[in-house]
Write a protein that binds this ligand. Sequence first.
Ligand code: ADP
Ligand code: ASP
Ligand code: MG
Length: 430
Amino acid sequence: MLDLFCSAIKLDEYARFYKINRLKKYMALIVQKYGGTSVGDTDRIMNVARRIKTFVDDGNKVVVVVSARSGVTNALIERAKSLNKEPDEREMDMLLAVGEQETIALTAMALHSLGVKAESRTGAQAGIHTDFAHTRARIVEITGGDIQKLLNEGKVVIVAGFQGVDDDGNVTTLGRGGSDLSAIALAATLNADICQIYTDVDGIYTADPRIVKKAKKIPEMSYEELLEMASLGSKVMQARSVEFAQKYNVVFEVRSSFNNEPGTIVKSEAPSLEDVVISGVAVDRNQTKVTLSDLPDKPGTAAEIFRKLGEGGIVVDMIVQNIGRGGKANLTFTVSKDDASKAERILRGVCSGLKGANVSLTGDIAKVSVIGTGMRSHSGVAAKFFKTLADNNINIQVITTSEIKISVGISLEDAELAASALHSAFDLDK
Ligand code: ADP
Ligand code: ASP
Ligand code: MG
């Protein structure tokens, strides 16, 4: 009876009934995810526990996914790299999973102190099965472990985000920001009524509100638009989690753990504003330029280079090729800063087989992009984009476009100015 009632409140109704803020009398199954800043210290963990308690007191079943405290994952990576520039990826996962394991236990303890029954589960215990790709594993199956049983016993279940287990029993992690994916995937598996992503901003904005002061909150948006934003480096949601939500139609809300403001609802269809050409600006400061010089200018060279990088699990982003002199070419592209050392090593190997070719890392850059499905049917976007950068004296190093975005690689110092100027130029300040 209860289950029927819950499924009747379907997720897309969430926006409507969320207006009452608490889900009193609905007795929903809720998956909540709390990010690093939200669980940043014990006071914040206590606040999170108080928030969870209000949902429990109203009769809801709650599954909570938590991240590591903010800064912990970065600190662990730094520590590993101080010992070894390219740490073994299996050991890296063993190390990184520690951050989330700390938080699940602390959150459970905080709930206990409020008299709320709660138990923590690691990714493996929650049955989050992945492939073998350490540090960027894909979820293959989620069994849920004994989550349903615990919920039926009236307990809150706290699951470690970001981690899973492969078929050999090794700990894996789901890529940076991967707790978002853990939450969305659990919500899909458990057929949750609601999935809430609690973070340190009260929703998704037209640009990162920390970079563009005039950014505006977007009340509802489609998976497609958020996916584009996330893929372009807006770290508010992990791109793969949005892809997963789209595939399994998981409606979710991004909201703040520090206030009760309504957040941003993300679903398949969102009201599109007909005359809005550009819906957002994204900034990614995590890119390193790699330059290969004096490559033989003949068919197959680029294919060989990108094949080797692909085999190494390295994603290549913006690419430019310049024709050099004497039948030689230069190729520049960007990779994620985290992959730079590995890319350099792989490319050294490739270059050793190409007479005279050289590889060098040529600096960190920012990628600034404008996004909008309206670009498909409007002309003049590129002209306005490049004029805005020129008017602000911003030098462009690399360019890439698709039918719904334009991205440029520019110096890190110019990122904030470029993002704010583009935000204004495309009327997003209003
Ligand atoms: P969490 O630790 O909760 O997962 P993240 O730091 O991963 O939080 O993501 C939240 C951050 O995303 C915000 O603090 C904000 O600076 C950044 N961000 C980037 N782009 C946007 C955007 N378009 N809207 C809102 N926040 C954004
Ligand atoms: N702690 C992990 C990270 O920093 C996962 C997450 O926060 O979502 O990437
Ligand atoms: Mg995050």
